[in-house]
Design a protein around this ligand. Sequence first.
Ligand code: GLY
Ligand code: MN
Length: 462
Amino acid sequence: MFQPSLYKKRRDLLRSMINGGIVLLPGNTEAAMNYAANTYHFRQDSTFLYFFGINQPDLAAVIDLDNGQDYLFGNDVDMDDIIWMGPQPTMKERGELVGVSNTRPFNQLQSLIDDAIALGRRIHFLPPYRGKNTLLVSKLLGIDPGHVNSYKSEDLIRAVVALREIKDEGEIADIESMIDVAYDMHTTAMKMAKHGVVEREIAGMVEGIALQKANGVSFPVILSINGQTLHNHYHGNTLKEGRMMVCDCGAESEMNYCSDITRTVPVGGRFSQRQRDIYEIVLAANTKAIEAIKPGILYKDIHLLAAQTIAQGMKDLGLMKGDVNQAVAAGAHALFFPHGLGHMMGLDVHDMENLGENYVGYDNEISRSDQFGLAFLRLGKRLREGFVLTVEPGCYFIPALIDQWNQQKLHTSFINYDKLETWKDFGGIRLEDDVLVTAAGYRVLGRAIPKTVQEVEATMNI
Ligand code: GLY
Ligand code: MN
């Protein structure tokens, strides 16, 4: 955990950004997998972690915006708990770790909320994303569960985004340590990617490294020779020479900061000419996009730069035709690159996505496009020093999408459907790095993970 003074500083900054009332921040509870006592891996709410740092279930916090007080609600363990879980810190001790002296039993939260309601004070809360917290907010505030989200505080959302989107040195160091874990995950996957190996053998090893060296994975491992399916969590295929293997994975730290890296490698360790052709296009899109990162530039423009690089590459291969700028403006490239270039990253792998993607990635100046492909860009707004984001262009041959566009005669002036027929068995390639926006431009975070054709082949053939 960070020093108690940092958590207090963050809460004081929040107080300076919102006008009056109280902030209600429920932490997460355990979530049952198949019966109450058999739970999923516990994951604390990230905004709760940001302001109160305690990685335990069954807590809630209140930040009073008017009197400067912070409150933590939760129960001390009893003997039954100690028998099953071992000795636990008291609520008072937990509070001290994050600079909070007002610790109270959980059942006193309702009376604090009732007092605020009686005084007509504003109660700010974030949109809950778990059923139990929707029900908690519903009960505390007397709102119908189906309408809780309509009462979310946009002032609070905007203030939380403004604070969490700028990472400090401690946060960056923690994120970088998770990219170093991702280095081991990816180089291990590269070395294991041999003909005849089953995907789950590699996916299990990769996840094991995240558990050995960190707090587990930051999201379920995506690892597949069918990389044309963007989020492929099926790990039952046997690797075959001639296929590319996409591995998109990262680790999460004890404090829950994340990494998110993608590498794509040829099964067996040698790129064929066709694989190399597409790989170099995606690599160029990745490196050009990274090199364009600096404060003040719209990430949407960097997304479009990556799209142009991919469209130009596809044109050079004869798979697209016509004017590249016009093709990208029309959205024709999205047949091959149907997702966004990247997203914010921090305490969540898609940072703050639970608050609403448009609050995080867009603002008054720039709103989300509704064009296929560009519409999936999670981050479009101007970059600021201290942002940590992913750069993850990809190029995919999705047979069902190719067939649909062909039948609908979409973008026939930009796409050579005839030539594409022989590429429908290719799969997909994605390359992803985690990048810090600095005053001077950018810094690719963490240990450099093999990425060029030469680096990948050298790693796979040690
Ligand atoms: N790495 C998975 C994603 O960004 O969605
Ligand atoms: Mn990502």
